[in-house]
Design a protein around this ligand. Sequence first.
Ligand SMILES: Nc1ncnc2c1ncn2[C@@H]1O[C@H](COP(=O)(O)OP(=O)(O)OP(=O)(O)O)[C@@H](O)[C@H]1O
Ligand SMILES: [Mg+2]
Length: 186
Amino acid sequence: MRLLIMGPQGVGKGTQAALLSEHYGIPAISTGDIFRYNIKNKTELGVEALAYINKGELVPDELTNKIVKDRLAMDDAKNGWILDGYPRNASQVEALDAILADLGTPLDAVVALDADHDVLMERMRKRAEIEGRSDDTPEAIAKRLDVYAKETAPLLAIYDGRGLLKTFNGVGSVEDIQATIVAELG
Ligand SMILES: Nc1ncnc2c1ncn2[C@@H]1O[C@H](COP(=O)(O)OP(=O)(O)OP(=O)(O)O)[C@@H](O)[C@H]1O
Ligand SMILES: [Mg+2]
């Protein structure tokens, strides 16, 4: 199973991706988590990405596309994966298409999660208290939501046009949402 999980900040992509990973026995790959790991370990990539992330901006495509290409070529990704947080703009969609064409592995579905703005803001406020992410400042959150609306949300139409899009309500119990997704994906 090769899946994308998409939706606005705070909608629950990471949570549902982890459960899908367990259910299908495939890795959940989050570009945000990869960046945070590199920042924590002060790698060259981490140092380069930090400035963008703290402003709520996208890390340049060149860096991000390379990370995804390398990660999807790893052994544990042979039988499938869930990508969380990628692609986020039209050029990343093209890059992913090229990566998958190279690997000879098409996408099976795009899982989109949806929730009202107020719900997202409240969840992010709570998460900021608990996790203390360096990009959970009001300014960076506003910027991320803006980038999502302008650059990422329009990608859903592309995948819908390819017949891959499945949209789910991101409000409800984590277990119920997961069960609904799994029932739909089979
Ligand atoms: N595909 C990507 N392209 C460019 N930058 C990315 C990408 N994925 C992650 N990033 C960088 O990492 C940051 C954190 O991403 P991450 O997905 O963890 O958080 P998010 O956008 O707040 O979503 P969520 O609330 O679902 O975790 C982004 O704001 C961006 O700077
Ligand atoms: Mg996340």
